[in-house]
Design a protein around this ligand. Sequence first.
Ligand code: N01
Length: 489
Amino acid sequence: MAERRSARREPRFLIIGAGMAGILSAVKLAEAGLTDFTVYEKADRLGGTWRENTYPGISCDVPSHLYCYSFAPEPNWSHHFSPGAEIQAYFENVAHSHDVEKFIEYGQEITRCWFEDGRWHLETANGETDEGDFLIAATGVLHHPAYPDIEGLDSFEGSCFHSARWDHDVPLAGRRIGVIGTGSTAIQVVSALVPTVGKLTLFQRTPQWIMPQENAAYTEEEKEYFRAEPEVLAAMRDEISTLFADTFSNAVIDADSPQLKMIEVVCRENLENSVHDSELREKLRPNYRAACKRLIMSEDFYAAIQKPNAELVTEPIERIEPKGVRTADGRLHELDVLALATGFKVDRFMRPIKIIGRGGVALDDAWAERPTAYLAISVPEFPNLFMLNGPNGPVGNFSLIEVAELQFAYIMQLVELFRSGRAREVSASRAATQKFDEDRVEAAKNTIWQTGCSSWYLDDRGVPAAWPWTFARFRDEMNEPRLDDFELV
Ligand code: N01
């Protein structure tokens, strides 16, 4: 590894992860002339969630022109909601066009980071070491697949994989495919597979509300127009951002909001009008409010599940056997392939990396109850460690790219304290972190997420672990750090 210490009195940064937030960090640091940094990536390719999730039908349900960096607008998106492969290519293009690939070290899984003598040190699985002044965790939220704890899972004789580890070598055409789960992933998988497979069996534990959402292609004329008029593209992005916040992100934090009631009406009508068989319709009808679980957008799921080669199974899964899935009614659903669209362990963040802060305190201990961070960015006693899309930030109903950009600009203001010589170590104070936590738990009581359903938003106490305020408030918070909330050394 090259000599790391800069001769200048400028900080060195260690960045964990070359996904959306890691690339953002690299671009922004380089833009600020802070080129003493390395992005550590455990895989052999950048892209994070878009590298790992390649399941059939994958697309993003945040509008394309919002789900991209503000500094790298993309006039050529093929659809209003981009397919996953296009998003992956977009990140690769941005890294290339901004010349930040040279900062990425691939195949370097960080196993341990520790703060010692005022600096962050790290060790990789290959035994290499490095040190720097700031550690940026850009490790993502939906990153660690959650495998279901179902008896006999390992005994299945066919092909079985998690949706985030899709095995493209396994043929699907004409075969019997089972899908477990009914989250955003499963709904997209089912819609994409039904037309090609022999039989698709969807194992539903909980039904979902489905928001009908068309995904039209952009015409060549539209793309040409976006290419020719970059300011129109920028204005459109702002417009989509406001619209998205007003109609959706801000609605979910107020369970009584008129927008939510509207969303509920639309979802109910979608179910009533799209599903013709009354028995199937009732199986698909949730008994909780729309958007309590993350709302699913789909224009074709209801059509897919009504096809003759599709079956919705609502009997609980009893166990998995060599030939398929046995449900509680004693029936064996014989399968060739079993896809586990069973979601993610959302409380891991940068773990399993062992992170040791000031005075030898382990992050695992600091987060023994549950992960928490001041404004989703900083943890007391972990100076100069900053997270992008950390715990309790805006997730699920926002463009995580917009969120990360605002967070990074905020972090850069904290870094400025170091550069100007005002502080060598910056971390949120305990008091400010505790107050933030109490306030967010209180505010979360008004959200739709806490109206009686289970979802990945909820922590082990059933409290939503997500930003419970408006996006405008998030923007305001990210505008400028309140230094009284920090401990500066
Ligand atoms: O995961 P999930 P996901 N037996 O956690 C079921 C983003 N995303 O990958 O509801 C049976 O939502 C579980 O059942 P239940 C988006 O933020 C975005 O689908 O707990 N079933 C549930 O149905 C999304 O919210 C996009 O009863 C079991 C499912 O598995 C997030 O990623 C696309 C089970 C898990 O759903 C996660 O979505 C995809 C068991 N033992 C993802 N264990 C778009 O932009 C779990 N389940 C469109």
